[in-house]
Design a protein around this ligand. Structure first.
Ligand code: GLA
Length: 490
């Protein structure tokens, strides 16, 4: 049938409803079309997502709504995005086998690539410190400092390379593989990975869901399978996936009733499914700047999603991104969380009080915490902030995935009072948004999970007990400073 004839028949409503090329055609909870138009095959990518990919045989998929335990090798006859895999050497205790963790029904507790990333990532990223001026030496210095400064012992794991690591002139002309810039990384990326792994750390890399990265290096759109396989073969453990240089045919058309079906979601899902097809667990960070209502679908695609443009070492950035996160706080939990962007501690003119609040709120709201400075320049006070045991324990609680949330009636933007549970009990976090020292009062009966009785107050910054109080407890907080307390029945 000619193209014109198909158009004519479809205008007359005589062609059965079929999904268009690249559209979704099945997966858990999918209720839309399950067969693809001519020239496309409905293809299993993962339990959550079947997609119409270019091809000739016809096939359709009914949605699965029941639980399934699936190893990451496909058990369907449909086409896989990639079958390339390499053996991997994990340095953590995580096993290298690729059995999917999840056996969930409608609300997955683990995402397609969710073999890692249950808890917010802790680590370091090159961008805020060095921008494009990166190389193997700087990266390995940061990794060695993570060990020598006690950051690894405190729980920091990832050493992440940001933009500008690859050969800006393009891919390998015969294999189409992305290539490292050998001036910056003369020994290649597998060698970097093995050096990072030998320190007991994990290596992250960066690419983009467009034709080029934000700094103009090769992007991965259309090369997802080959890039995911390449990253896996190098021993990469984490991918930050940016959102620059999206061609016009991939732009969102602003009319999606479900943003999980937007072109943005498809672009990010294509890489997510390619990563999930690798034998190596690779944590997946969606650097999508809060576009396409990513918080509504991000947890079905990766483990974190940026909710803002780029961070800056300013109080106004810190407060504005906290406020943005508060509006969508219920979307953060195990395996999927809003990312308030990389840390600015050590950069610009932030006061120590502002750096304390920066760290405390990233921990309390369970954002990834990726340090973004030359670690060798941090002061003892700054190191003590980022190594604070009790705040890190709240962020990394294995039993509670939900972040702290505002309580009471907020009179400021962002709110100043937050509470949340950990496996130790109920915590309260307070930030002073005003430009002067203020008295802050915790009225126990107003805190979810507490009542009007007597409580022990324990200071998370100092790790010391403050005392036992009945009804309420007040403290003084300096301008832009913050505190966190564990509050348990007396
Ligand atoms: C974007 C991202 C930043 C950084 C740069 C690199 O702006 O949001 O975090 O990765 O690109 O070019």
């Amino acid at each position: 049938m000619s193209f014109k004839a198909i158009i004519a028949l479809s205008v007359l409503g005589l062609v059965g409803a079929q999904q268009t090329l690249w559209g979704q055609c099945g997966g858990i909870n999918w209720t839309g079309q399950t067969s693809c138009g001519s020239g496309a095959v409905c293809t299993y990518l993962n339990d959550w997502y079947y997609q119409c990919l270019p091809g000739t045989s016809t096939s359709s998929r009914t949605s699965t709504s029941t639980s399934s335990t699936r190893a990451s090798t496909s058990n369907t006859s449909s086409t896989r995005v990639s079958t390339t895999s390499t053996s991997s050497t994990r340095v953590s205790t995580t096993s290298t086998t690729s059995t999917r963790v999840s056996t969930t029904t409608s609300s997955p507790s683990s995402t397609p690539t969710g073999r890692v990333g249950k808890l917010p990532a802790l680590g370091w990223n090159s961008w805020n410190a060095y921008r494009c001026d990166i190389n193997e030496t700087k990266l390995l210095n940061a990794a060695n400092q993570m060990v020598s400064l006690g950051l690894k012992a405190a729980g920091y794991q990832y050493v992440n390379i940001d933009d500008c690591w690859s050969n800006i002139n393009g891919r390998d002309p015969s294999t189409q593989q992305i290539l490292p810039d050998l001036n910056k990384f003369p020994n290649g990326m597998a060698s970097v990975a093995s050096k990072i792994h030998s320190l007991g750390l994990l290596l992250g890399i960066y690419s983009d869901a467009g034709t080029k990265t934000c700094s103009g290096y090769p992007g991965s759109l259309g090369y997802e399978a080959i890039d995911a396989a390449t990253f896996s073969s190098w021993g990469i453990d984490y991918l930050k996936y940016d959102n620059c240089n999206v061609p016009s045919e991939w732009q969102d058309n602003w009319t999606y009733p479900d943003w999980g079906q937007s072109n943005s979601a498809i672009r990010y899902r294509q890489m997510g499914t390619a990563l999930a097809a690798q034998s190596r667990p690779i944590q997946y960070s969606l650097c999508i700047w809060g576009a396409a209502q990513v918080w509504t679908w991000g947890a079905s695609v990766g483990q974190s999603w940026r909710i803002s443009g780029d961070s800056a070492p300013t109080w106004s950035y810190i407060t504005s991104v906290i406020d943005r996160n508060v509006a969508i706080i219920d979307y953060t939990n195990f395996y999927g969380r809003s990312d308030m962007d990389m840390m600015e501690i050590g950069n610009g003119d932030l006061t120590l009080a502002e750096e304390r609040t920066h760290f405390l709120m990233w921990a309390a709201l369970k954002s990834p915490i990726l340090l973004g400075t030359d670690l060798s320049l941090l002061s003892t006070d700054q190191l003590n902030i980022i190594k604070n045991k009790e705040l890190l324990a709240f962020s990394q609680d294995e039993l509670v995935g939900a972040p702290a949330k505002p309580y009471g009636t907020a009179t400021t933007t962002p709110p100043e009072y937050y509470s949340g549970k950990s496996s130790k009990g109920v915590h309260v976090f307070i930030m002073n948004t005003s430009s002067s020292t203020s008295t802050k009062t915790i009225t126990f009966a107003n805190v979810p999970g507490l009542g009007s009785g007597s409580y022990k107050v324990h200071d998370m910054w100092t790790g010391t007990d403050v005392g036992t109080f009945s009804g309420s407890w007040s403290t003084s907080l300096g301008s832009h400073d913050s505190g966190g307390w564990l509050i348990t029945p007396a």
